[in-house]
Design a protein around this ligand. Structure first.
Ligand code: F6R
Length: 611
């Protein structure tokens, strides 16, 4: 949520900042702005996408060696030129960008208003900036000291980058709760919400921690805590190439990421799963295996698509490991007063590793003695670092706002985990264990086969693109896939969609069924197959339009459904990893058919770092 970029060094800052903002646009795209330091501050900002700003400032004086930039997902104040970041202080000497929310900004604003400050925007950011300036002037201190004093009074989450016109080549940065990466180059430094803005310049990065402040100059990076004590920066080497964040010939990142899944799932399994040897090597699980074996309960916290992976994990872990699992929306879990017993295992699932609700939920649980296990895609992210153990999904950077390849990566990791724990705990037979290892190993190839028939879903999407609503139904392991299919359709095509357990449909949603309602059944061959066939009949009896995702060789459902899409046969525990692919493609093609910017659907942002 909101992307921030900074550069100080010998190169021109603007091209680096603007290119970085384009890469971070997935974090928000309500407005864009840059501040450049060259004989004073120059601030350019505008409502809309990065390209709108770029166009608007062609021909302006953009020369500078130090600059910051921001792409906004609006929280306080509507998307507008005036609410766009960077904000400038009352004196005009300071400029600041911010990702996060200052929760006590109304109190601070009142104090400043009483002192005569006038605010031009509705943002919490402008308040914090003037609060910092007020401290700087009253305490006769430098900017660094003023930031430190101010942040001690602030509640909420933030990454801030500040420029001071009296301090030409310096960026002051601070973080609590939102991500900040600093790239270390030769005589230059790069700052970003993630590492993408600096990829072609350096692979050496420092992940700034909460309550740390960075003073960044071309030749110098000083890290301090809010108590003004120096901290030695811990430099990590990035394992990411520029190609991973480019479209690579696809029209959209979403399509590229859908088509990457045979290789991303393969990467996730590689080095871990060896079906022929009958082994699963997962260090994070192995290190905590006794905790898992002895666990009375596992609680999984997540949001959105990651929550759907959690729900499927509940079914799989309970079936294979016989450990009770509870699945919680992170945003609810953190605010109610959940019972967490010492030794409970909390699994946090997150693509970004920065989702504020999930992060705070596990911080609270950790304080109460729970063991935190993170399943995260972004290496080095906050959730990965706070967890006691974990497993990366290795799906690579996911840029499309709708989660696709990260979801199948999560399912692959969770299935391997469940199999490993079940094997160690002795709750799975050798035969079933071996079968499932081979089934899992075959997933990338089967996904590849599904993708070869993707065009069929385009045809189906064109047929139903005018729908106002859609219903997604599945049973058992396919129920979470019905929820995920409905979420994907909503966010990418703006068609209202609901996911339900297929049998639950009779308890209300069936009232929606008429000849205009497309009903997507995830009806692959499993132990519930006969039951779901009956549910299809119930929809057809009410003239609903049935789109069925079925297993190759099914000769019953094609005679009832209006449209069918085949997936290869698979064990029912593994099948969701296949049946989710047509859900992603259907949403993608629907979105395209309806003219939606599928990589940046309205109102959304990829990394939700506010509550
Ligand atoms: C949906 C989607 C969101 C995310 C959710 C959690 O396509 O992308 O629902 O799944 O915001 O994000 P992470 O997994 O980064 O914690």
């Amino acid at each position: 949520m909101c992307g921030i970029v900074g550069y100080t060094g010998t190169k021109e800052a603007y091209p680096i900042v603007i290119t970085g903002l384009k890469r971070l646009e997935y974090r928000g795209y309500d407005s864009t702005g840059v501040a450049l330091l060259n004989n004073g501050l120059k601030v350019y900002k505008k409502k809309g996408r990065v390209s709108d700003l770029e166009e608007a400032i062609i021909g302006m004086d953009l020369h500078a060696h130090t600059g910051i930039g921001h792409t906004r997902w609006a929280t306080h104040g509507e998307p507008s030129d005036v609410n766009a970041h960077p904000h400038t202080s009352a004196s005009g000497k300071l400029a600041m960008i911010h990702n996060g929310i200052i929760e006590n900004y109304t109190q601070l604003k009142k104090e400043l208003t009483n002192k005569g400050y006038v605010f031009t925007s509705e943002t919490d950011t402008e308040v914090l900036l003037n609060f910092i300036e007020d401290i700087k002037e009253n305490n006769q201190c430098d900017l660094e000291e003023a930031v430190r004093v101010a942040l001690k009074r602030v509640t909420g989450a933030y990454v801030i980058l500040l420029l001071d016109s009296e301090n030409p080549d310096t960026i002051i940065a601070a973080r609590k709760g939102s991500p900040l990466v600093i790239g270390v180059g030769k005589g230059e430094h790069f700052l970003g919400s993630d590492a993408s803005p600096m990829l072609e310049y350096t692979k050496e990065v420092v992940y700034v921690n909460d309550y740390e402040l960075a003073i960044v100059r071309p030749d110098e990076l000083i890290l301090k805590n809010l108590g003004n004590e120096k901290i030695t920066p811990f430099v990590t080497r990035l394992d990411m190439e520029l190609a991973a964040i480019e479209k690579g010939g696809y029209d959209h990142f979403m399509l590229k990421e859908i088509f990457e899944q045979p290789s991303t799932i393969h990467d996730c399994l590689r080095g871990r799963l060896d079906a022929a040897a009958g082994t699963i090597t997962m260090k994070g699980i192995q290190d905590n295996i006794q905790h898992f074996i002895n666990a009375n309960r596992i609680i999984i916290v997540a949001c959105g698509t990651s929550w759907h992976a959690a729900l499927l994990a509940e079914y799989i872990i309970e079936e294979l490991c016989r450990i009770p699992v509870e699945v919680e929306y992170a945003s609810e879990f953190r605010y109610r007063n959940p019972i967490i017993n010492k030794g409970d295992i909390i699994i946090a699932i997150s693509q970004s590793g920065e989702t504020a609700d999930t992060l705070v939920a596990i911080e609270r649980a950790k304080e109460n003695g729970a063991i935190i296990f993170g399943i995260v895609n972004v290496v080095g992210s906050s959730i990965a670092r706070i967890s006691n153990g974990g497993a990366y999904t290795h799906a690579g950077p996911e840029i499309g706002v709708a989660s696709t390849k990260a979801f199948t990566g999560q399912l692959a990791v969770l299935t391997m985990m469940a199999l490993k724990i079940a094997k160690e705990k002795g709750t799975i037979s050798d035969e079933r264990y071996t079968d499932l290892l081979f089934e899992l190993e075959a997933v990338p190839e089967k996904v590849d086969a599904i993708l070869k028939t993707a065009e069929q879903l385009k045809t189906i999407a064109l047929k139903y693109k005018g729908a106002a609503d859609a219903l997604y139904l599945g049973r058992g392991y396919n129920f979470p896939i019905a929820l995920e299919g409905a979420l994907k359709l909503k966010e990418i095509s703006y068609i209202h969609a609901e996911g339900y357990p297929a049998a639950e449909m009779k308890h209300g949603p069936i009232a929606l069924v008429d000849e205009n309602l497309p009903v997507v059944f995830i009806a692959t061959k499993d132990s519930y197959h006969e039951k779901i066939v009956s549910n299809i009949q119930e929809i057809k009896a009410r003239k609903g339009k049935v789109i069925a995702i079925i297993t190759e060789g099914d000769d019953l459902i094609p005679g009832m459904a209006d449209d069918v899409f085949y997936v290869p046969p698979a064990d029912e525990i593994i099948a969701p990893m296949l049946s989710t692919i047509p859900m992603q493609l259907l949403s993608y093609y629907m979105g395209i058919a309806r003219g939606v910017d599928v990589d940046k659907p309205r109102n959304l942002a990829k990394s939700v770092t506010v509550e």
